[in-house]
Design a protein around this ligand. Structure first.
Ligand code: ASP
Ligand code: MG
Length: 411
């Protein structure tokens, strides 16, 4: 018998029929002898609908009252799901975040969980109840309702699993797992059976938006085994854990996946003085404008000057370029320029730590396709390159092929 925390996203509870289907699914797990805590999102589109209503009153609305409004979405689904369980003859009880006592800080609209009082839930579980908890919400120490940021129900699920020391946190969603890359780009992309938290974080932050990043961080920190699986199809999904399956007798793939990010833009300033403080003079005004910088590259100086290139989110491109033009004047640099038709391709895998030559293999694969690399950056478990946008599909496919990601496993 296991204690499972299951989270069902908005699509999974998007209609009465689907809520009834979730009830059936939950009951199947219950009948297998598991204890269950079920976290639900608002019905799909509901959080957006509520946000739009608020914006009709005040387009810039933020803060406490927005949280009071948005949390109603999840309150609807916990009640409906619990009713559906009752109808089927099962003991079940719904809880809002405040009723559990999911205590958060008071940062409205993006609060962080501080603690969870799991005593009531543990008591209910002992009595055989199925517990249904509203995702995405909590209360601060004064009882003000807070929310955890968009997609926050994942974090509720993981945090409850950590607090209750659950055996697994299962995230049911509209995809059946984490893939080696986006199947819309590479049809042969394969579902991973297992991936580590570190790899998942790299994949997620690079644009594979299956889970809220904060939820993955939380799960990694508290070592909550996390499984992503489909609400609509049977299957094992993908298990995200801390062990990199050293226990498995099968040979481990060096690369777990290919991630990519289309939202990139590159900026360059040429001919700045190669003296202390210049990097700060360039990037200071960028960060003052609240623009996040991703990759940074400075050339080896020549003739006392150097070139400096960095990337930002594409939405920030125009603002960043304006700032850089001013900086260029101030620093008497030769020229500032940019390119917002670039993308980032990355290979991710913990196996890289123990294998040499991965980078050169990556560059060879891209070279064979005639793809020019504009920038390179590496971390312990990731190598990223910036290339022109038109090479995105070709590059991802070539890398997926070159690293044998489609064929590796037989399931
Ligand atoms: N309903 C919230 C949202 O749409 C929270 C969630 O679904 O995780 O962002
Ligand atoms: Mg959602």
């Amino acid at each position: 018998m296991a204690l499972l925390v299951q989270k069902y996203g908005g699509t999974s509870v998007g209609s009465i029929e689907r809520i009834e289907a979730v009830a059936e699914k939950v009951i199947r797990y219950k009948e297998q002898g598991n204890d269950l805590v079920v976290v639900v999102s608002a019905m799909s589109g509901e959080t957006n609908r509520l946000t739009d209503l608020a914006k009709q009153i005040d387009p810039t609305v933020r803060g406490r009252e927005l949280d009071v409004l948005l949390t109603t979405g999840e309150q609807v689904t916990i009640a409906l799901l619990t009713m559906a369980l009752h109808k089927r003859g099962y003991d079940a009880k719904s809880y809002t975040g405040g009723q559990v006592k999911i205590l958060t800080d008071n940062a409205h609209n993006k609060a962080r969980i501080v603690s969870i009082d799991a005593a009531n839930l543990a008591q209910d579980l002992k009595q055989g109840q199925i517990i249904v908890v509203a995702g995405f919400q909590g209360v601060d120490e004064h009882g003000n309702i807070t929310t955890l940021g968009r997609g926050g129900s994942d974090t509720t699920g993981v945090a409850l699993a950590a607090a209750l020391k659950a055996d697994e946190c299962q995230i049911f969603t509209d995809v059946d797992g984490v893939y080696t890359t986006d199947p819309r780009v590479v049809a042969e992309a394969r579902r991973l059976e297992k991936i580590t938290f570190e790899e998942m974080l790299e994949m997620a932050s690079l644009g594979s938006k299956v889970l809220q990043i904060r939820a993955v961080e939380f799960a990694g920190k508290y070592e909550v085994p996390l499984r992503v699986l489909s609400s609509f199809e049977e299957g094992e999904g993908t298990l995200i854990t801390s062990d990199s399956s050293e226990d498995d007798s099968v040979e481990q793939a060096v690369i777990s996946g290919i991630a990519f990010n289309r939202d990139e833009a590159q900026l360059t300033i040429n001919g700045v003085a190669d003296t202390p403080g210049v990097a700060h003079q360039i990037l200071g005004p960028i960060s003052d404008a609240n623009i996040e910088v991703d990759m940074i590259l400075q050339n080896v100086g020549a003739d006392g000057t150097t070139d400096f290139t960095f990337t930002v989110h594409r939405n920030d491109y125009d603002t960043a370029l304006n700032i850089l033009n001013k900086v260029a004047q101030d620093l008497k640099a030769r020229v500032a320029s940019g390119n917002n038709r670039i993308v980032k391709l990355s290979i991710v895998g913990v196996g890289m730590r123990s294998h040499a030559g991965i980078a050169s293999k990556m560059f060879e694969i891209l070279a064979n396709e005639g793809i020019n690399i504009l920038m390179i950056s590496t971390s312990e478990i990731k190598i990223s390159v910036v290339v022109e946008e038109k090479y995105l599909e070709l590059g991802v496919r070539a890398l997926h092929d070159g690293f044998d990601l489609a064929e590796y496993e037989t399931e």
